[in-house]
Design a protein around this ligand. Structure first.
Ligand code: P6P
Length: 340
């Protein structure tokens, strides 16, 4: 059978091919990832015309569980992912950055085999100024019997993820995912409304030339973090300094660093001792993608993927990207103060 040219392979066809790597696969997993790509297409439509649709821009006036101002598109994106993932019954529990409590889906029609946690529209405060935003998602398997769901079915470490990925709504809309067999990127062709394979088997450089951090927080960092960032800027181990790139939208910063090499940092600050980013809907899924591409993700002392969540909205410091750069930061942060 002649294979279709790779750049004409839709994300749905790719996911179906992935399923063939799991002979025992029931098709639920394939259906789930296809539902995610459908939700992404619907959200992309709205995000890409946000500037035109008067009623969709701006804030709802409400705040979410994080105390953050909820943009109308946040709410829309959250609703879309809940609907698209909640119809077939293959998902039993959904967690969202926008919802304080997990959502227990109707599984009468399906296996309820999967648990999905997502940030429906990360960086949404950038929408009004037309800066890239993104969706982040992680997929786990339910651990308990469907009629006896427990906290442990939701609160699983990133090491138990079966799939993870993100959608970046930028100059083009891209969906990037891993299901344990490499990291693959698909670019939306708006003419046909399909995600087409554009970045097969993404691997990230061991060390990069970019660092991404909000230096406005420097006054609230620890001395050790300040020294880490100073050395990233001025040079370390006899090498030159790195270039600063910070968009203020995690998915956009992560995606650029994944492709080009580099490191994104969100350290603890005086006001946020655990940093700002959420473990389950941001750090852990991106950590799976980073590690599947040869990179690494740390909370400063060890792998993000090994952290067992205490609750759905648990925050962690995040250092993620090129493996060599993140390991260097871990080593630096482990130094006693008098060694700096
Ligand atoms: P700061 C957006 O709110 C977000 O969650 C990430 O997308 C982004 O990297 C970070 O917060 C920006 O936070 O403190 O630099 O404004």
């Amino acid at each position: 059978m002649t294979r279709r040219p790779r750049n004409l392979q839709t994300v749905e066809a790719h996911i179906f091919e992935m399923q063939r790597l799991h002979p025992s696969a029931s098709g639920d997993f394939t259906g789930l990832l296809n539902d995610i790509s459908l939700a992404a297409k619907i959200v992309s439509q709205e995000v890409n015309k946000a500037g035109l649709a008067e009623d969709i821009l701006g804030s709802t006036g409400g705040t979410n569980v994080q105390g953050e101002d909820v943009q109308k598109l946040d709410e829309f994106a959250n609703h879309v992912f809940l609907k698209c993932l909640g119809t077939r019954g293959q998902v039993s529990i959904m967690g969202s950055e926008e919802m304080e409590h997990p959502f227990f889906a109707d599984t009468r029609e399906g296996s309820g085999r999967y648990v999905v946690v997502f940030d429906p529209l990360d960086g949404s405060s950038n929408i009004d100024v037309n800066v890239s935003v993104g969706t982040i998602f992680g997929v786990w398997r339910r651990r308990s019997a469907l009629d006896h769901l427990q906290d442990e079915d939701l609160l699983q470490p990133g090491s138990a993820l079966v799939a993870a990925g993100y959608v970046i709504y930028g100059s083009s809309t891209m969906m990037v995912y891993t299901a344990g067999h490499g990291v693959h990127g698909f670019t939306m062709d708006p003419g046909i409304g399909e995600f087409l394979l554009s970045h097969e088997n993404i691997t990230t450089p061991f060390s990069g030339t970019i660092y991404s951090v909000n230096e406005g927080h420097e006054p609230r960092w620890s001395p050790r973090v300040r020294e880490v960032v100073r050395r990233l800027k001025y040079g370390r181990d006899g090498g030159g300094g790195l270039t600063a790139r910070y968009i203020g939208s995690l998915v956009a910063d992560f995606h650029r660093n994944l492709l080009k090499g580099g490191i994104y940092l969100y350290p603890p600050t005086d006001g946020k001792p655990d940093g700002k980013l959420r473990l389950m809907c941001e750090a852990a899924p991106l950590a799976m993608v980073a590690e599947a591409a040869g990179g690494y993700a740390s909370d400063g002392s060890g792998p993000i993927l090994e952290i067992v969540p205490e609750d759905l909205h648990m925050r962690v410091p995040l250092y993620i990207g090129s493996r060599g750069d993140v390991l260097w930061i871990e080593k630096m942060l482990a130094q006693p103060d008098d060694h700096l």
